[in-house]
Write a protein that binds this ligand. Structure first.
Ligand code: PEP
Length: 248
């Protein structure tokens, strides 16, 4: 079965709610007839409410807490995200892991909470440059997948995003051989953990732009992109999406 690619834009801490609305409306006007691609916008929490999106456009939160409610100042629960109409939640992004010290254990609790709330986690994994140089990439991916997905019964509603930390926001993209090899590793690990996981989306993320999208989307095992910087600009984001649409 052919997997419909996903192009997800992670806005990080950019765009106010009104800027986000204007941005989405421009994108929708430029991408009127998408048939082969799903597009996800992940604004900051403040922009999630009242987003005007319908398939093939979806919205995602960039994080969540695993508890349903309580004394967790500054946190947002899965049901709050659901109430905004979002379908996906990005979890384990490298900035959450490395800037905010999120552990695999926390990420795992979040994955399970998101699934229990009938939303879809986009679980990000990826090695640092030191880990790559120490030839630890496969070990890191295995450990992040095993721990992040511990206690999960099925991958049916899960998207995995392979994002080498050294390629995020740096302008350095993993080359196609590195991407192919990491995606093959991810697939092998997933197949071991979940024998019927062949239809799972595995996205690539790390300095994707209109100049490299065509090559990267054709790398075996890549089912779309998670995009940071280039997702903030109407022209770049529509151009990447259109490139992927045209190749399907
Ligand atoms: C990201 O934030 O997930 C990302 C891949 O960022 P960028 O595209 O800017 O490297």
């Amino acid at each position: 079965m052919k997997i419909k690619p996903i192009i997800a834009g992670n806005w990080k801490m950019h765009k106010s709610p009104s800027e986000g609305k204007t941005f989405i409306s421009s994108i929708k006007n430029l991408l009127l007839d998408l048939k082969h691609v799903s597009v996800i916008f992940a604004p900051p929490f403040t922009g999630l409410f009242d987003m005007d999106v319908m398939p093939p456009f979806y919205s995602a939160a960039q994080n969540c807490h695993w508890e349903e409610k309580g004394a967790f100042t500054g946190e947002i629960s899965v049901s709050m995200i659901q109430d905004c109409g979002a379908e996906y939640v990005i979890l384990g992004h490298s900035e959450r892991r490395h800037v905010f010290s999120e552990s695999d254990n926390w990420i795992n609790k979040k994955v399970k909470a998101v699934l229990a709330g009938e939303l879809k986690p986009i679980l990000c994994i990826g090695e640092t440059l030191d880990q790559r140089n120490a030839m630890e990439t496969d070990l890191v991916l295995k450990s992040q997948l095993e721990l992040g997905l511990s206690g999960v019964n099925s991958l049916e509603n899960i998207v995995i995003a392979y994002e080498p930390v050294w390629a995020i926001g740096t302008g350095v993209t993993a080359d196609k051989n590195q991407v192919e090899s990491a995606h093959a590793t991810v697939r092998n690990i997933l197949n071991e953990l979940f024998p019927k996981s062949e239809n799972i989306h595995v996205l690539y993320g790390g300095s994707v732009n209109p100049g490299n999208a065509e090559e990267l989307i054709q790398v075996p095992g890549v089912n779309g992109f998670l995009i940071g910087g280039a997702s903030l600009d109407v022209e770049s984001f529509t151009s990447i999406t259109q490139i992927v649409e045209n190749i399907q």
